[in-house]
Design a protein around this ligand. Sequence first.
Ligand code: NAP
Ligand code: GDD
Length: 320
Amino acid sequence: MKKALITGITGMDGSHLADFLLEKGYKVYGIERRTSTKNRTNIKHLEGKVTFLMGDLSDQNSLLRCLKEADPDEVYNLAAQSFVGESWNTPEQSADITGAGALRMLEAIRVYEKKVKFYQASTSEMFGKMEHLANENTKFHPRSPYGVAKLYAHWITINYRESYDMFNVCGLLFNHEGERRGKEFVSRKITDGVARIHLGLSDSISLGNLDSKRDWGYAPDYVEAMWLMLQQDKPNDYVIATGKDHTIGEFLSSAFNVIGIDDWKKYVKQDSRFMRPAEVYYLRGDSTKAKKELGWTPTTTFDEMITKMVKNDIKLLSGS
Ligand code: NAP
Ligand code: GDD
């Protein structure tokens, strides 16, 4: 039985990856950090199936202890301060967890000395200021403290692969969403807001910049790509994306459509509090390499994903 250790298991991707690996017959360990009130919304269903270990990406020894306890074949480093907007409020903490956190996990694996395959959650946010389709060779120009921190984590993962012959891969994942997404991200903020309007709990949604375009995929499809990367003979880095871009307006239109509203504009307010000091206006990825070498393609469409998210939020809010 293969063993996997996941950092960030309480998050959206971590919880989906745990579901996926359990299905594959893995023994799964997940690192949780101490918080004043436990938030197990995404992992409640995993209790009794996954072994939870206490640790923190800011604490090197805790990572080594978790590694020794789990003795994994594969480590998936998904933990991060992952909210771009927040990274201007806490740039140092974002650098420490999102950037140096990856280094701490790599050092723990290096010191541990056993052969462990390592996955780093890199991101399209590293491309930042881009105008065309991005692939593995596109130059980086991050536009947020989060993006800069992720770029450090990306290069240190590659550097440890080249320096110590470690099996390290970076997945350059474009935006992916789903029912377990945090409510501060624009996708879930919209689907939750639409559900509230539908149930008469609210009459509008306040958003920032509506002009950005994103290449939005569905999270459960994307965790499969993470796993596939670690099953290859040689470590390599891959862009994971749908190849299609949509504006936030198109996201809104699709979400309001689920509740039968065509004229969504009268329900949306613009609020400068949600604008960013530097914006990433356009992200679209070319995952030809992943399709060719991993056999990976996304299966859930933009509209299907949004429909699932809106229906789930209506269900959660109505308690049905
Ligand atoms: P998420 O839902 O925000 O989950 C982040 C996870 O990191 C949570 O489990 C969180 O734990 C944990 N964490 C934060 N600080 C920690 C610390 N100091 N020590 C240990 N754990 C810590 O993020 P996600 O959307 O699942 O994304 C997973 C990873 O992929 C992240 O690294 C993200 O940056 C990256 N990524 C995401 C996307 C996307 O579109 N979703 C795209 C590209 C890359 P708590 O619950 O305790 O806060
Ligand atoms: N969050 C948020 N809230 N974003 C808004 C809002 C709002 O009220 N109004 C407009 N937006 C715009 C943002 O300015 C951005 O252009 C776009 O919506 C998407 O924002 P987010 O959903 O917060 O995602 P992100 O693209 O910044 O970052 C996500 O994707 C990255 C991959 O490209 C996160 O998951 C990152 O962790 C991930 O690396």
